[in-house]
Design a protein around this ligand. Sequence first.
Ligand code: GLU
Length: 490
Amino acid sequence: MERVRFAPSPTGPLHIGGLRTALFNCLYARKLGGSFILRVEDTDQNRKVDNSEQYIHDSLTWCGIEPDEDPIKGGEYGPYRQSERRKLYETFIQQLIDSGGAYYAFDTAEDLASAREKDEKEKGGFKYNALNRHLFANSLNSTEEETAKRVGEGDAVVRLKVDADQVVMSSDLVRGNIRVNTSELEDKILMKKDGMPTYHFANVVDDHLMKITTVIRGEEWLPSLPIHQLLYNAFGWEAPKFMHLPLILNPSGKGKLSKRDGDKNGYPVFPIQWNETMGYKEAGFLPEAHLNYIAQLGWSPKGNNEIMTLRDMEGAFDVAEIQKGGARFDYEKAKWINQQHLNRLSAEEIIERYPVQTKKLRDKFGKEAPEIVDLIKERLVLVNDLEETTRCFVEDPVNYDEKALIRIQKIDKKKVGSLVKKSLENSEIINLKEAFIKAGDENDIGLGAFMQVTRIAVVGSLSGPDLFELLKFIGKDVTLRRLDQLINKQ
Ligand code: GLU
């Protein structure tokens, strides 16, 4: 059975890239009937940010992505927080040291810094590896007593022993076979002096112990793949399959999408609010629409199925359709997809899911509220448009759109206004159009003038839902009051 995991580090909020990784893991598991695991990689206690694990959890909940195993609900392979798995890492690091796959290093930060400075000047870069490890303070150059003493004093890190000039072979489901020469790699630190494992070590040990079959993560982790492969080899474990998802680029295609881009150009990069920064939820996106959009950042599903629910995506997901090249973020597209999803919801569903945004409407119209939502539904791009697009049903306009007033400046507002009022007084709203036409014929005024003046009086602008439908809901008295307001406006 396939087992995949989303393994975020709780170092801040989840951004679009992280959520996409979670989504693709979930889609992959659901498509193949496997399990989707959430593992919190919190071994770097210095970078840990409070609330961030809770935030990750809340974001996934908002999106409807539910792991089968996670730190809260547990599972057969727990604990699912790496900080609670220290004992396990100790056992495995010892195994690696005993087999010669890893060694202790005692270098001081100062020694390493000066070696780095020297090599950067002379060789253009520094690597702690097979070519120079004999120059450093480590267990490979020390007596057993010395090593035992330094280890006992808590003064040792553990490094992976990478042989010189070997080819590491690994493979990626999107990119195919990947060959790297070990001379390009470093003897990475696997365990720090405080006994905490580093990302590489904990990640590989846990993927093995949690029986992960496929690792799906962002392309920024591709350079770590050879190190991970070497760790699997050193333990004699079979490596999982790997799939590295393409980078998410900013709209210009130059560089990775960043929070700064979002702030500058006015779009969110987090799923839900993080401190003062609003997320997609607060910006008025449906979670299913947000997921639908981010799924397209790197996945081009075959056929004409651009608009998909999470269930649809679970059925359609196909690794062969994942692209290699970076995916350019497009906020307009994200909004368009949201609009399509909103349009597919029934008015009743919209009201049920967004009681706050439809409160005034429900208070005023009760059972008729869904009919009104149906009238305006196709004009909704964001959930937050609900209040604005239904405002004319519940409130008189407070001011008038300047451009709209300019459009009707040639029309004699007083005259047309009083003819509209007369038509209203003498006929039912369902016959109002005919009444306008008749009054227009008698006074040589086109129907358009009647419609425009009435619309501006009632809505405050020239946009809005079908005018006669709107008037039916607000009734004659309110319409007359709003007409007076416009006519009397200076
Ligand atoms: N903890 C890593 C991260 O924050 C996980 C990378 C991986 O999936 O291997 O993204």
